[in-house]
Design a protein around this ligand. Structure first.
Ligand code: AG3
Length: 274
């Protein structure tokens, strides 16, 4: 018997993985959480049948969402992650000499599932520098301030994550950031969702002095060509020479390529400048 797991990336396109074994599936208060062992991509964490990570390619997303802002900043001590209950972003942040890393994940069950089924991803969550808050990130940033970096490691802009893609939220993040603060959000693929990317870019631009997109290749996400949008108060990531060498091993992030990540293909440039 052939068993396949599919994500409908759009109504008309799906990505399918041949399933070795379904290890876990549960309806939490917020969403369905599944863990699937696949033939080619290792273990998959899916929320509402949407791929959050695979153990084969998660390093790309987690390295890029964390090392790019942290090394652009150069001196981050307090970092906040909104979403990201799997712990992958926290794992990468802890490779830097940060004092505190706060994780705000609305669904405690995602954290528990990752601890159980994704030890190589969730391994940083028990580090003494990490503090976990199971609450709504939108409310959290209104009350908590003093961060050098805020990373929005969210799901797609549907359901509870919608508010994480709004100008009002970016304003609150701005206020939660210190003087040289930087925020980064995962912002989907320009291959399919150009309008969304343009709106995010415009919204962030009206809040931050510098707003820049950068990209990475993530084969298991829609479009495979993925973007992150960075809002920065004082540091221009394009002209800024990253002074800090990553003093740890990376698999995707490369200091020599740091500035080039911000160089956009013409079709993406067109999307945000139209
Ligand atoms: N955040 C999810 C990125 C969005 C993926 N979208 C999709 N497959 N349709 C990733 C969580 C990993 N920490």
């Amino acid at each position: 018997m052939e068993l396949w797991f599919s994500e409908y990336q759009t109504k008309n396109t799906k990505l399918s993985f041949r399933v070795k074994e379904v290890l876990y599936t549960k309806q939490s208060k917020f969403q369905n959480i599944s863990v699937i062992e696949t033939e080619d991509f290792g273990r998959v964490l899916a929320l509402d049948d949407t791929v959050m990570l695979t153990t084969k390619d998660e390093f790309v997303y987690h390295e890029m969402i964390s090392h790019v802002p942290l090394l652009t900043h150069g001196n981050a001590s307090r970092v906040l992650v909104i979403g990201g209950g799997d712990g992958g972003t926290i794992r990468e942040i802890l490779k830097h000499p940060v004092k505190e890393a706060h994780l705000v994940e609305i669904d405690r069950e995602v954290i528990e599932t990752s601890k159980e089924y994704f030890p190589s991803v969730s391994c940083g969550l028990s580090d003494p520098r990490v503090k976990i808050f199971c609450e709504d990130g939108i409310e959290f940033v209104k009350k908590n301030k003093g961060y050098d970096i805020v990373i929005i490691d969210s799901t797609d802009p549907i359901g509870p994550a919608v508010g994480l893609f709004s100008e009002e939220f970016y304003k609150d993040v701005f206020l939660a950031l210190n003087e040289n603060g930087i925020m980064v959000a995962q912002t989907e693929t320009p291959i399919l969702f150009g309008d969304l990317i343009k709106r995010i870019y415009n919204d962030m631009s009206s809040v931050f002095h510098y707003t820049n997109l950068y990209s990475a290749v993530i084969p298991t996400y829609p479009g495979a060509f993925w973007t992150f949008t960075m809002g920065s108060k004082t540091i221009n990531p394009i002209s800024h020479e990253t002074s800090v060498e990553p003093f740890f091993k990376t698999k995707y992030y490369n200091k020599k390529l740091h500035r080039s990540y911000f160089i956009l293909p013409p079709f993406v440039k067109d999307i945000i400048s139209e």
